[in-house]
Design a protein around this ligand. Structure first.
Ligand SMILES: Nc1ncnc2c1ncn2[C@@H]1O[C@H](COP(=O)(O)OP(=O)(O)OP(=O)(O)O)[C@@H](O)[C@H]1O
Ligand SMILES: [Mg+2]
Length: 232
């Protein structure tokens, strides 16, 4: 569904991805894991158009989307929840959601009402400003906004970062629900149990390349890969 082929990408003169190949199957959850600084976020940013690949290709549903601006990629059905969450603090929860909804097509499957039902915590906070939300609520809003785009794939960068265990459990249950509904997910995550509890496929990264691929069960069993590529 979403494919990166031979992608080189980085910041200015600095190359971070060195010929990265990654293929996310439709309907699957794909976890992209690796130690700090190996290029996981750079991979996601390049996949969704926030960074331009210097060479190589990004395709989505068979269409070449390499170098297209993020809002164009978003309209095709790729929703990105960045590590920074990027909630608009000065806008209300409702306004944050409505703004994201502009990226959806006609008759979207996700509406304000459906997002409010999906995240009851947000339903009670619709008129609150983004800056008034807790970290967990901000993450729910960030995911809610991505859903308002009516995505075909949800791309998430460390959705559990900085959150309390109870909130992490809630986010986990919600992502499970989205998976069960057939939505495709590409997930970067430091919390290995969280990632393996959701993932079908796993890719491990080191220094801008994929160094291991397999299914979640294979990674669970491969202790050498844990030590070598994850340091756990
Ligand atoms: N905006 C930026 N400008 C310049 N260099 C950057 C920028 N963002 C990241 N880098 C560098 O690119 C490399 C890969 O960073 P990236 O954020 O993709 O790694 P990561 O695997 O997501 O790490 P982490 O686990 O810490 O989130 C690092 O060396 C980092 O310092
Ligand atoms: Mg990162």
């Amino acid at each position: 569904m979403l494919e990166l082929t031979g992608v080189e990408s980085g910041y200015g003169e600095t190359r971070v991805l060195h010929g990265l190949d990654l293929a996310v199957r439709e309907g699957s959850v794909h976890a992209l894991l690796g130690r700090n600084g190996v290029g996981k976020s750079t991979t996601l940013k390049t996949a969704v158009g926030h960074l331009k690949a210097v060479s190589g290709a990004v395709t989505f549903l068979g269409q070449d989307v390499t170098g297209l601006p993020p809002h164009v990629v978003a309209r095709k059905g790729v929703a990105f929840v960045p590590e920074t969450r990027d909630v608009f603090g000065a806008l209300s929860v409702r306004e944050n959601l409505e703004l994201a909804g502009r990226l959806a097509g006609a008759n979207p499957a996700w509406t304000l009402e459906r997002v409010a039902e999906f995240f009851p915590n947000l339903a009670n906070r619709m008129t609150n400003g983004g800056h008034e939300l807790s970290g967990g609520e901000q993450q729910m809003l960030a995911i809610g906004r991505a859903l308002m785009q009516d995505p075909k794939i949800l791309v998430l960068d460390e959705p559990t970062e900085g959150l309390a265990p109870i909130i992490i459990q809630q986010i986990f249950a919600k992502l499970k629900e989205l998976k069960a509904s057939g939505l495709t997910l590409l997930l970067v995550e430091q919390n290995l149990n969280f990632a393996l509890g959701l993932a079908d496929d796993v890719s491990l990264m080191s220094r801008g390349r994929i160094v291991w691929r397999g299914d979640a069960a294979a990674l669970k069993a491969d202790e050498e890969a844990h030590v070598r590529w994850l340091g756990v």
